[in-house]
Design a protein around this ligand. Sequence first.
Ligand SMILES: [Fe+2]
Length: 229
Amino acid sequence: MRGVNTWETFNAVLARALSDPSPPDAIVATGDLVQDETRAGYEKFKQSLESCDIPVYCIPGNHDAPDIMNEVLSEPPFQVGGQARHGNWSLIFLNSFSPGDDGGRLSQDELQFAEECLKTDSATHALICIHHHPFPMGSRWLDGVGLRNSAELLEITDRFQHVRGILWGHVHQASDRRRKGIRLMSTPSTCSQFRPNSDDFALDARPPGFRWLDLRINGTIDTEVVWLE
Ligand SMILES: [Fe+2]
């Protein structure tokens, strides 16, 4: 894609993360796993990750084919959407895929699912993962394809004190800020990046990357972005 062999950069990112002295307990793949909507694409993704022996949580993005994704990634270590527990943390994976739209939307079912998880789960801390950005990135073209009903999501998260972070993909750039004590993070792409604050579509020269998340027992999130120079 745009001169990048995304299969190679994805595998390079994965190798880098897995060879870390303290390797990950789980992987969150924040969507747009496959661009061409082919079963073969998801099979390749599966092939790369199935020997990892750690959970791989996946959420669909605008470029995904959710039906094929659900079929191919239906068995452990893969999980598409839903919820997971790690220690005293609850991870909630929301599906913002909206057919025919590069922007995202959470259905009423999905919003209700988020609310139920936050209401009934006894976990002390919660992290919400979603493909589309619920907050403007300051980039006109990208902000035209964000999460269209983010106000409905925030109306829910604002009611629960134990939401510690919201994490998204989609924007091909790293960002990290806070709102009402909640950590808001985007993660870079495993292929090419988009130029931050650009009104029109533009690529950034930054290399492929990924984000570490250390979910601490006290509810803080230690996080760092790694760029594959
Ligand atoms: Fe996307």
